[in-house]
Design a binder for this molecule. Structure first.
Ligand code: MLC
Ligand code: AMP
Length: 498
């Protein structure tokens, strides 16, 4: 049995998940996931790594389905609840999913998916009932999860994480951030990414702590949950802290005092998935009396580098390597850089994934010959702390904490009638980290109606991948026409916006 499931037996009567007035204990989770595993097995002894996709909102069902898939020997493939049908369909085809489980809110989406994937059974979560049967023995070396991440190839790639990877990632954070069974975390993050799944859900469940979910992220929902007085841990991307600060600043001073008093009692507040602007760190410190703990991670490696829990949390820096994680910075030829020189972050350890799903070439490219994973992030090790400088590809954008491939958006844009060529870039933005912008070259005299283009794109790509600013080739300064690199384009659009 894997430690995560074994541990749960020790906390049977403790609360594992809370959603509004509904409260579930660990024994509920074990019995519900047993029933789901039995349903999925349907007489087989082991799912042997079959991919089971699920489209459900955060909550008890989500966790029970994830654990049910694992207990039956399947690989869990969480689908993004905000993705349009083509993005969901891509994941089902790419993983050759053998089953889809869905929640009540997704009937319409599922109907469309059923039309496209007639060979895949799709089951409503309420129908996942079966007499508990004997479950297979689960081993750490088995594959556990496939999470999709964007890269410098058009379509997102599936990152395969084993139970051993997850176990290493969880244990590093439990030790470094001093998780305890008395913690209660508010989790408002999407549950198809490592941040929401591992850091803010599996870590607390591993240790016997409580996870509180709310219907959806809004600053109001977050502050109401905080005011309940029970929550003492929070983790989010910088955009969420930015939005919380903006909301807080509009409140009356009495309401502000109430919130600040509650926040002061928290044990831990973490930021990650994108660079935390020092201005956000400072404003949040005034509001909460906490210096946010900034850490660095990636879908392929979980968390790798973190500011210390007890020592100095240095603004603008990401800290030191986590327990069990090896980190080095190398120059282009792969040699380690001189102290304090910049280069690419490489990572090694049990936390690091083994392969991209069905993408041998991309997997080989992702690692050095001696097994270090190449993150593509540039950094320096500066007076005892790593500091991120940027990415080595202009085609990777981080917006709202989501990793987005410029090439993927360009491919879709080129399919729109009247667009001959395009280039997509990320422009620095206080709220979103980066805002997506696109430069278009249109066919002849074509006039592009941007709201029609926006509506068209929304049916094809998730809303966080939508360009928020457009520039047309004829609007570019004459001296750069014809020799516009993406870096020049970024600067031009940035200047236009400001
Ligand atoms: C949404 N909107 C955006 C946008 N995303 N505008 C500009 N840029 C973006 N990226 C707009 C929408 O179009 C809409 O406007 C309005 O904002 C509200 O949309 P929403 O979808 O309801 O947004 P919201 O729920 O407020 O989402 C913001 C957010 C979300 C920050 C909560 O982006 C989020 O959950 N991000 C977390 C991503 C994450 O977990 N990443 C971790 C990856 S793992 P309109 O006008 O259209 O109505 C990883 C490794 C690691 O990175 O280290 O952790
Ligand atoms: P993802 O592929 O969505 O898991 O995103 C991983 C990427 O997020 C990393 O490669 C970094 O570029 C970025 N990232 C994560 N944490 C931080 C951080 N604290 N500061 C800067 N970038 C970060």
């Amino acid at each position: 049995m894997i430690p995560l499931l074994r541990n749960a037996q020790n906390y049977l009567e403790r609360i594992c998940v809370r959603f509004e007035d509904e409260v579930f204990i660990y024994s509920d989770l074990l019995s519900r996931s047993h029933s789901i595993a039995s349903f999925l097995l349907n007489g087989q002894s082991h799912l042997n790594g079959a991919r089971i996709a699920y489209l459900v909102n955060p909550g008890f069902d989500y966790v029970s389905i994830q654990w049910g898939i694992w207990r039956a020997g399947g690989i869990a493939v969480p689908l993004c609840v905000k993705h349009p049908v083509p993005s969901l369909s891509y994941v089902l085809s790419d993983t050759t999913a053998s089953h889809v489980i869905y929640g009540a809110d997704f009937k319409a989406t599922i109907q469309e998916l059923e039309g496209l994937h007639q060979d895949i059974p799709m089951t409503h979560v309420a129908r996942l009932n079966a007499e508990p049967c004997e479950l297979p023995e689960l081993h750490l070396d088995e594959d556990a999860l496939i999470l999709y991440t964007s890269g410098t190839t058009g379509n997102p790639k599936g990152v395969v994480l084993s139970h051993s990877n997850l176990n290493a990632q969880i244990n590093a954070l439990i030790e470094a951030w001093k998780w305890s069974k008395n913690d209660t975390i508010l989790n408002v993050l999407p549950l198809h990414h490592i941040h929401g799944i591992v850091n803010a859900m599996l870590c607390p469940l591993y240790i016997g702590a409580e996870v509180v979910f709310v219907e959806r992220f809004t600053p109001k929902n977050v502050f109401s949950a905080f005011l309940s007085g029970k929550i003492n841990v929070f983790m989010a991307v910088p955009t969420i802290y930015f939005k919380l600060i903006a909301f807080y600043e509009e409140l009356s001073s009495k309401e502000q005092e109430g919130i600040s008093a509650v926040l002061k009692q928290f044990r831990l507040m973490v930021s990650g998935s994108a660079a935390l602007p020092v201005s956000v760190l400072e404003k949040w410190k005034k509001i909460s009396s906490h210096i946010l703990l900034e850490r660095y991670g990636m879908t392929e490696i979980g968390m790798a580098i973190s500011n210390p829990y007890d020592g100095e949390r240095r603004p603008g820096h990401i800290g030191q390597a986590l327990p069990g994680v090896s980190v080095k910075i190398v120059q282009e030829d792969g040699e380690e850089v001189a102290p304090a020189a910049q280069g690419e972050i490489l990572v090694k350890g049990l936390n690091v994934f083994s392969r991209y799903w069905n993408k041998k070439e991309a997997t080989v490219k992702g690692f050095t010959k001696d097994g270090w994973f190449k993150t593509g992030d540039m950094a320096v090790f500066d007076k005892g702390y790593y500091r991120i400088l940027g990415r080595n590809s202009v085609d990777i954008i981080k917006s709202g904490g989501y990793k987005i491939s410029a090439l993927e958006i360009e491919e879709v844009l080129r399919k729109y009638q009247g667009i001959n060529e395009c280039a997509v870039v990320g422009i620095p933005d206080d709220e979103w980290g980066e805002l997506i912008a696109a430069s278009l070259i249109v066919e002849g005299e074509t006039e592009i109606d941007l709201s029609a283009l926006d509506a068209w794109l929304r049916t094809r790509i998730p809303s966080y991948k939508l360009p928020r600013h457009y520039i047309f080739q004829e609007d570019l300064p004459r001296n750069v026409l014809g020799k516009v690199t993406k870096n020049v384009l970024k600067q031009i659009i940035k200047d236009q916006i400001s």
